[in-house]
Design a binder for this molecule. Structure first.
Ligand SMILES: Nc1ncnc2c1ncn2[C@@H]1O[C@H](COP(=O)(O)OP(=O)(O)OP(=O)(O)O)[C@@H](O)[C@H]1O
Ligand SMILES: [Mg+2]
Length: 459
């Protein structure tokens, strides 16, 4: 038996001596009237084995004695004749919870009796008071309430935490996307500035050489051999620097850089209008212009690597956000350039219509994509490039943009041969942009491989 002394029930137990079954009514009345019993509503009656057989309550006794002859009539009779033979009896061996439930389920109102505690073996142990049990119930309810309130608080805080981390994750994705989009124009703006710097330093050298010659010519003490030398220097410099055409290049570098800066400021602007970022500035757009724009922007990626072939069939203008379509084209062209590791790189660009859609096809003769990768390339952060080289966001962003426009991206690819991406955009605006089902599609689509063959590398 687990140590009963430590049971919290013991705190409820009042070990009042019981009455014997054969005690007379008068003796019991005297017992009630003697000191020390004020607290009890009743006294237990036990048999000779100390087992409780009933309970005599003060209330029942008083009812009996209201009749002024009853003391004479019944005074000598044994108490067991008048007792309640079915009192509430609970064992000290029970759990507190069980005792509470037994007592509370059997209480009769008004409360005129206490209840009886017995030891594990069934012998009388003492009385228990209903009021104490009710207090205990109240206490326990209080504790449970407190625990519930605590749990409620914890749930609320973990819920808040979840919402917060979800928000952070979404924000993180967005920020990574924005960083990716800013990074590309930033890359070529940086490149262009560096090239311009190199040219400027050449121009500087040339101007300094001209200055030298000029001074030599003006000087009275000039030596013809010295003049000869200065002219020689200038013509050497001019051999690897053709001022006229290189200055034209410089102009182009600056205009590309300005374009890149415009692209960056567009992105920043779209960030500011974040809630409207998806379809800000929708226009009727000539996609061929967009292709040219993307080629300009991606020029330095492409120029030393690939020859570009354009086969543009006439296409109508389509409603779209031109800066977003530029991003898509640039992402796909950049991927194509990155996939070409030989020196016969080709990029075939086509436009055509199919049904209600305008299509742009971008085809490279690069590495192709193996089957195991093809299903995953639209997943955010999926990249086969080295750390620092690719974030794996280009295609996932592109896919989302095209889906938000009600269009589609499909691809055909063959490892070692090349890859063809086809972007299709609806000629008619898809209406409420973000509520179209396609906009809610997951970002990781099945890669849909067209059955048209990709361009062969040797072709
Ligand atoms: N034209 C292509 N040829 C071969 N593989 C490609 C081509 N386009 C995409 N891929 C593959 O798809 C992957 C995902 O492309 P995505 O543009 O999403 O990310 P990334 O180019 O790796 O990185 P990021 O665009 O963020 O710099 C690439 O890592 C590459 O393996
Ligand atoms: Mg990419």
């Amino acid at each position: 038996m687990s140590s009963p002394m430590s049971s919290p029930l013991r705190a409820l137990l009042d070990p009042v001596p019981p009455l014997m079954a054969d005690m007379t009514l008068t003796a019991v009345t005297d017992r009630f009237q003697s000191g020390g019993f004020e607290r009890m509503l009743s006294l237990a009656i036990v048999d000779e084995d100390q087992r409780p057989i009933g309970l005599m309550s003060r209330h029942a006794l008083m009812e009996l004695l209201l009749n002024k002859y009853s003391r004479d009539l019944y005074g000598k009779r044994p108490i067991h004749l008048f007792m309640n033979p079915m009192p509430i009896v609970v064992s000290l061996a029970e759990s507190t919870t069980k005792v509470i439930s037994t007592v509370t389920s059997q209480i009769r109102t008004p409360i005129i009796e206490d209840f009886v505690f017995v030891e594990a073996d069934g012998r009388y142990a003492g009385l228990g008071y209903v009021a104490d049990v009710l207090k205990l119930v109240e206490q326990r309810l209080g504790q449970r309430n407190h625990a519930l309130a605590q749990a409620n608080l914890e749930i609320k805080s973990s819920q808040a935490h979840l919402v917060q981390s979800e928000k952070m994750a979404a924000l993180g994705q967005m920020v990574a996307g924005v960083a990716h989009e800013i990074n590309t124009p930033l890359g070529y703006v940086g490149n262009n500035v560096q090239m311009a710097e190199e040219m400027l330093s050449q121009i500087h050298t040339l101007v300094a050489a001209y200055d030298g010659l000029f001074e030599g010519l003006l000087s009275e003490a000039s030596d013809p051999a010295d003049i000869e030398q200065r002219i020689q220097t200038i013509s050497e410099i001019r051999q690897d620097f053709d001022a006229v055409s290189d200055l034209a290049d410089l102009n182009e570098l600056f205009s590309d850089a300005r374009f890149g800066l415009k692209q960056i400021s567009d992105i920043v602007l779209s960030l500011k209008n974040f809630s409207r970022v998806d379809r800000s500035a929708t226009d009727e757009v000539d996609l061929v212009e967009n292709i040219e724009t993307a080629l300009t922007v991606g020029h330095h990626h492409l120029k030393n690597k690939v020859t570009i072939e354009k086969r543009f069939e006439p296409i109508p203008r389509v409603p779209c956000s031109p800066s977003q379509i530029n991003q898509v084209l640039l992402n796909i062209m950049t991927n194509a350039a990155q996939a070409i590791e030989h020196d016969q790189g080709k990029l075939l660009l086509r436009t055509y219509t199919r049904g209600e859609f305008v299509c742009i096809s971008i085809e490279d003769n690069g590495s192709g994509i193996s089957d195991e990768h093809v299903a995953r390339i639209f997943e955010p952060f999926y990249t086969t490039k080295k750390v620092g080289e690719g974030t794996g966001l280009g295609l996932s962003i592109s896919y989302r943009i095209i889906k938000d426009h009600g269009g589609d991206i499909r691809l055909a690819t063959k490892a070692g041969v090349g890859t063809r991406f086809e972007i299709s955009l609806p000629m008619q605006s898809p209406g409420t942009s973000l509520d179209t089902p396609s906009a809610r599609m997951p970002l990781t689509p099945e890669a849909l491989v067209t059955d048209e063959p990709v361009m062969a590398r040797s072709a």
